[in-house]
Design a protein around this ligand. Structure first.
Ligand SMILES: Nc1ncnc2c1ncn2[C@@H]1O[C@H](COP(=O)(O)OP(=O)(O)O)[C@@H](O)[C@H]1O
Ligand SMILES: [Mg+2]
Length: 172
């Protein structure tokens, strides 16, 4: 058994699920999630177009005290902000949107090491194309449209043994 497999075996999963009934409620959920984030966290936002990924990212940025939120990094692939974690520590926030990216080679031109393996917080819409760059221990959020204003939001965190304390704190 190689080391990578053994690490995977000792991992545990931590998951919870919420249903929201408005964009504002999704933003509030995002802001609450933001209070749990630590330096180096990567949040993957999975879901169809219109499922609420950008809305949730906006809420997370609000929770991280980002002031100048730009709607979506449509043309830049990654927007960067200055934010603040719950403990007051300044943090770099990266909002990635890979929707328009067709060729993963384009990712070679970006400083993804810094985005995914640095001390900042990364929020990633359409993460599939960047899969080989992504860290194993990401927070995975799955958004599902259940109706015009109803969204199911599932949050899964894969954790190593050393991070059990982080899993045990759930959102209220
Ligand atoms: N409960 C909800 N959560 C999030 N967005 C909602 C909700 N109800 C309605 N909406 C609307 O759905 C759209 C979601 O868009 P957006 O967040 O850009 O999705 P995505 O980034 O996944 O394509 C917005 O127009 C938002 O106002
Ligand atoms: Mg979006």
């Amino acid at each position: 058994m190689n080391l990578r497999m053994r690490i995977a075996d000792t991992r545990d999963t931590c998951a919870w699920s919420r249903t929201t009934h408005s964009a504002a409620e999704t933003r509030t959920l995002g802001a609450r999630l933001a209070k749990r984030l630590k330096p180096g966290d990567v949040v993957l936002l999975w879901g169809d177009l219109g499922s609420g990924k950008t809305t949730l990212a906006q809420g997370i940025c609000h929770g991280l005290e980002v002031v100048a939120w730009a709607n979506s990094p449509t043309f830049t692939l990654i927007n960067e902000y200055d934010g603040r974690l719950a403990d007051g520590q300044p943090v770099r926030v990266y909002h990635c949107d890979f929707y328009r990216l067709r060729d993963s080679d384009e990712l070679n031109t970006l400083a993804l090491d810094e985005v995914f393996y640095g001390d900042g917080v990364a929020l990633v819409e359409w993460p599939k194309i960047a899969e080989e760059w992504l860290p194993q221990e990401a927070i995975r959020v799955h958004l599902t449209r259940l109706g015009p204003h109803k969204r199911q939001i599932d949050i899964i965190k894969l954790i190593g043994q050393t991070e059990e304390d982080r899993c045990s704190t759930r959102m209220a």
